[in-house]
Design a protein around this ligand. Structure first.
Ligand code: GFB
Length: 319
């Protein structure tokens, strides 16, 4: 990517998109378009078309539409599916119409079959049924991935796709019901520590295994792929190791300084039993995550304790 190029970042959630924007600006890129469409307009074809007409982006990072953890996937499956389908269609079709030089589409590791062989390699996609707790969202993310591939085949566009492990970091959604596990557990344990509660409830059995990639590393992987990759196959982006939810909860308790009990609520869903990506293709290309899980948790907790509590209105009401 050259620094004179104009870059458009489409990201409803904002976690990866805002880091990408900061990194591009630090690198000297002056034409970075991101925030204007974050709230509502990504669902409106004409407004997305308007952004492409005005900015004529050379490069597009299609991070995605609305997203969240296992809770919101069960509560609002139609919202998540529709939003992601619309955002995918609007951004991908406009990138073609306005002759974007290259587009990177981010899928999600939930697009792999529920019982995919571990670590999950790209050849496993579509080889089995999806995990029911996130099937609608996963179908929309799969649709985007196959849309990129179809455009590449029919229009010879340079549209590439990546499949990230579970992403976390400062600026994440820390709401109790809708967030992903790391944000939820950091908040629960922080609040329990402050109000001297003896226990924290962890959803599910604690047995599912997850691979986590720190948002800063994910943003760097996006830039790396935009610079170094141009193929039809999606590329997995992971760190090469996974943890059980119990191990993760214990690590978060240590980072936060919560010394009480962890209580597992088996009435809550576990989701996929395991989601470790085979990231050997990316590793062979020379990319490695810089942050260990513990380092990422420390940085995320530091941010949450200082900034996050202010941002999460319902959280600050408690303390
Ligand atoms: O992060 P999470 O919601 O995402 O949950 P998924 C991961 C695991 O942590 C599940 C457990 O087994 C949860 O039951 N868990 C324990 C908790 N306590 C909590 C808690 O307080 N909050 C949450 N959220 N989980 C999502 C998908 O699945 O992953 C999305 O639903 C998306 O589609 C995302 O793809 C990356 O890994 O289970």
């Amino acid at each position: 990517m050259d620094l004179q190029a104009s870059v458009y970042i489409a990201d409803r959630h904002g976690l990866i998109g805002s880091l990408l924007r900061d990194k591009l600006i630090q690198l000297g890129c002056e034409k970075v378009i991101s925030d204007p469409l974050r709230e509502s307009a990504l669902g409106d074809f004409k407004r997305v078309d308007g952004v492409f007409s005005r900015a004529r982006p050379d490069f597009v990072f299609l991070i995605g539409g609305a997203s969240g953890g296992i809770g919101v996937n069960q509560k609002r499956p139609a919202d998540l599916m529709l939003d992601n389908l619309l955002v995918n269609c609007h951004v991908i079709e406009n990138a073609r119409r306005h002759k974007t030089r290259k587009l990177l589409y981010l899928a999600s590791s939930c697009i792999y079959p529920k019982f995919a062989e571990q670590p999950m390699a790209v050849k496993s996609l579509m080889s089995g049924g999806l995990e029911p707790t996130n099937e609608p969202y996963a179908v929309a993310k799969l649709a985007g991935l196959y849309l990129c591939r179809a455009y590449r085949q029919q229009f010879q566009t340079k549209f590439i796709a990546a499949i990230p492990a579970n992403v976390f970091g400062p600026g994440d959604d820390f709401s109790l019901e809708d967030s992903h596990v790391i944000a939820a557990l950091i908040r629960k344990m922080h609040e329990a520590k402050i109000s001297r509660q003896r226990e924290v409830v962890i959803w599910g059995s604690g047995l599912p295994r997850r691979e986590f990639v720190f948002a800063e590393d994910m943003a760097e992987a996006c830039l790396f792929l935009m610079d170094h990759y141009d193929g039809a196959e999606p590329v997995n982006v992971g760190v090469g190791a996974d943890w059980s939810i119990r191990q993760l909860a214990e690590m978060i308790a240590e980072v936060v300084g919560f010394a009480g009990n962890l209580v597992f609520d088996s009435s809550k869903p576990d989701g996929m039993p395991a989601k470790l990506l085979d990231s050997s293709v990316l590793q062979k290309m020379g990319w490695r995550a810089k942050n260990s899980l513990r380092d990422g948790l420390l940085k995320t907790y530091q941010w949450f304790a200082h900034e996050g509590m202010k941002r999460n209105r319902d959280a600050s009401a408690i303390l």
